[in-house]
Design a binder for this molecule. Structure first.
Ligand code: COA
Ligand code: AMP
Length: 630
């Protein structure tokens, strides 16, 4: 069956479609019903079934003869080391860690925060939680202590699994001081921290709370897989919204395993046993779905890469890993390809490697600009597939179903809606737009299995964020259009979320940090175009009356505050002091207009603007730091 027939089959009977897909999963009690309508637009999938996530990702492969196959290849160009772990070894390691958690009182339903770099132990930590029904929440290592503290207070973990340090090219990032500061700052205190000591920078353990990773695993009874309900949360993953408080996206166990398994063949076109590589980080949704659960539940070998596309050691790293580990499908963010292109525009490094094992490159996480796609197509001589999804959905909404039927690539479009998703372009009144017309991108409810059923402890916010603007639909927060063939084009966000190097960040959260500076009376943060990172944040600061200090000093303090409070991942390096911010007469800051000025795009000031003269002041200020030159 090709794409159209499969999509039609899903449309004709969505429940039968997903019950059929569910047969790829091993159940303790198989689902008798697929969809559960909980009323008021809340839905769950496979709620009456019972299974275990870790069993499906690890144990069953050992039982089915894949014990000697590699489950994880860890490749760390930063440390110059590699580690290969078979499914049988992974089972032993995960069962021991899960036993260590149980020995410290962690049980089904308890939350466990994971704050770790790209080491195999990060996956083991996730799987150990899944093994005993604990709910993990992985926090990206590039976030500062404050962000970690916010997440600790929201999900109230019983235990934290962390490493002593992370490694960035040329820099060791000590995690332990960040962990200690976060626990100090948080109201909720975890009972135990299990710390992986890395030889690059071991840390002191806090007596009475911390325990060494290896010691914790010694002399414990390996844990068995604990059965959980299909709607038991596998994890909570925080993502940026419009305010400083991140949203805790919940992922239910059964739905995500069923859906991820479906995608491995139908989208990524890998068979069990093939090597699959997503060059992302376990702290992001790509890491959850396609470094850990997706490839493992499907019986693939997953590559855990601790490095960067360039400078670790050079722009040939990606191609070396692909050749050396026989990678069949490779997934990364466009920004990573742009980084390679900048260093190696003529593909000198690529020519050093035999990439015959590679079938295709997949891009997601941000808009894939046509230049990057065309360059990658030519460089690799392989298909380059853009696909569009979000933390909330956990896997592709719109993509190219290459394993089912490769569809023609239209550059600039992530291709077509996957089964499960009825994607619509709506105007502001909720009416469907015609092909080619711009509008908000919405998905008709119910969303398919594996997508978010709710936000952690925040059902009202869930409704307000996603369900109220267009009744009966999920609001994606993206705007775009669809052509006559059903190809989608993503144009922009409709909210204040920006995308920096494939990382989703909230300008609202950044504004809260700036507003906390004692000299700042008012501020705005916008995402301006950046040739490498897609977008970069720029802050506009109005000083309080009477502040008479050098502007650069205040700007430097703001940059340092952002790094200390949100983290280096915010990549907040540029700010301007201005007298006034452009606003509408009702006081709304004209952020979109400021972005257009910075990007030298043509624009029409909104009719409701309070004082158009301010726009000239903003332009002059931006020109001083190299923007608004057109
Ligand atoms: N722990 C600690 N610090 C981290 C970190 C981590 N896990 N990840 C990133 N940082 C730091 C970086 O060291 C950098 O610090 P600096 O300001 O001192 O240089 C800062 O956060 C910004 O990091 P990053 O956005 O990675 O920028 P970069 O300049 O180091 O690298 C790219 C640029 C394009 C090479 C890099 O962003 C990249 O590979 N992006 C791909 C993104 C991706 O995989 N996204 C996931 C969605 S698929
Ligand atoms: P995240 O939740 O971090 O995965 O970010 C999701 C957001 O990133 C989406 O809502 C889009 O704004 C953007 N995004 C992700 N993939 C794409 C893509 N292929 N094309 C355009 N934007 C994308």
């Amino acid at each position: 069956m090709g794409y159209r027939e499969t999509y039609q089959q899903w449309q004709d009977d969505p429940e039968a479609f997903w019950l059929d897909a569910a047969q790829a999963i091993d159940w303790i009690e198989p689902p008798r019903q697929a969809l559960f309508d909980r009323g008021d637009d809340l839905y769950e999938w496979f709620a009456d079934a019972r299974l275990n996530g870790c069993y499906n990702a690890v144990d069953r492969h050992v039982e089915n003869g894949r014990g000697a196959q590699l489950a994880i290849i860890h490749d760390s160009p930063i440390t110059g080391s590699q580690q290969k772990i078979t499914y049988a070894e992974l089972q032993t390691r995960v069962a021991a860690l899960a036993g260590a958690l149980q020995a410290r009182g962690v049980a089904k339903g308890d939350r466990v925060v994971i704050y770790m770099p790209m080491v195999p132990e990060a996956l083991e930590a996730m799987l150990a939680c899944a093994r005993i029904g604990a709910v993990h929440s992985v926090v990206f290592g590039g976030f500062a202590a404050n962000e970690l503290a916010v997440r600790i207070d929201d999900c109230t973990p019983k235990a934290i699994l962390a490493a002593s340090c992370g490694l960035e090219p040329g820099r060791v990032v000590p995690y332990k001081p960040l962990l200690d500061a976060a626990i100090e700052q948080a109201t909720h205190k975890p009972e135990t921290c299990i710390i992986l000591q890395r030889e690059q920078q071991p840390c002191e353990l806090t007596a009475g709370r911390d325990v060494d990773w290896q010691e914790a695993k010694t002399d414990v009874t390996p844990a068995e897989c604990v059965p959980v309900e299909g709607n038991h949360p596998a994890y909570i993953l925080y993502t940026s919204g419009t305010t400083g408080a991140p949203k805790g996206v919940i992922r239910h166990t059964a739905g995500h395993l069923v859906a991820l398994h479906w995608t491995m063949k139908n989208i990524y076109d890998v068979d069990p046993g093939d090597v699959f590589w997503a060059a992302s980080d376990v702290g992001w949704v790509v890491g959850h779905s396609y470094i850990c659960y997706g490839p493992l539940v499907h019986g693939n070998t997953t590559v855990v890469f601790e490095g960067k596309p360039v400078g670790a050691p050079d722009a040939g790293t990606f191609w070396r890993v692909i050749e050396e580990h026989n990678v069949r499908s490779f997934f990364t963010a466009p920004t990573a390809i742009r980084a390679v292109k900048r260093e190696d525009p003529t593909g000198e490094y690529r020519r050093k490697y035999d990439l015959s094992c590679l079938r295709a490159l997949y891009l997601a996480g941000e808009r894939a600009d046509p230049d990057t796609i065309e360059w990658a197509q030519e460089l690799l001589g392989k298909p380059v597939y853009d696909h569009w999804w979000q933390t909330e959905t956990g896997y592709t909404i719109v993509g190219n179903p290459a394993g089912l039927e490769p569809l023609p690539v239209k550059i600039g479009s992530p291709t077509v809606a996957m089964p499960g998703y009825d994607v619509q372009i709506l105007d502001e009144t909720g009416q469907p737009q015609k092909p080619g017309e711009l509008g908000a991108i919405a998905i008709k409810l119910p969303l398919p299995p594996g997508t978010l059923p709710d936000l952690w402890n925040a059902t009202d916010r869930f409704r307000k964020s996603y369900l109220t603007t267009f009744p009966g639909y999920y609001e994606t927060g993206d705007a775009g259009m669809m052509d006559e063939d059903g190809y989608l084009y993503i144009m922009a966000r409709t909210d204040d979320v920006i995308n920096v190097a494939g990382h989703r960040l909230s300008t609202g959260a950044m504004e809260e940090v700036l507003a906390g500076h004692p000299d700042v009376a008012e501020c705005a943060v916008v995402g301006v175009s950046d040739a490498l990172k897609g977008q970069a944040p720029v802050g506009f600061i109005c000083l309080s009356k009477g502040v008479d200090r050098p502007h650069q000093e205040i700007i430097d303090e703001c940059v340092a505050r952002m790094r200390a409070q949100i983290g280096p991942v915010a990549a907040f390096k540029q700010a301007l002091v201005v007298d006034r911010l452009p606003k509408t007469r009702s006081g709304k800051i004209l952020r979109a207009t400021m972005v257009k000025i910075a990007d030298s795009e043509s624009f029409k000031p909104p009719a409701t603007i309070d004082d158009p003269a301010i726009l000239d002041e903003i332009k002059a200020a931006l020109q001083k730091i190299g923007f608004a030159r057109g």
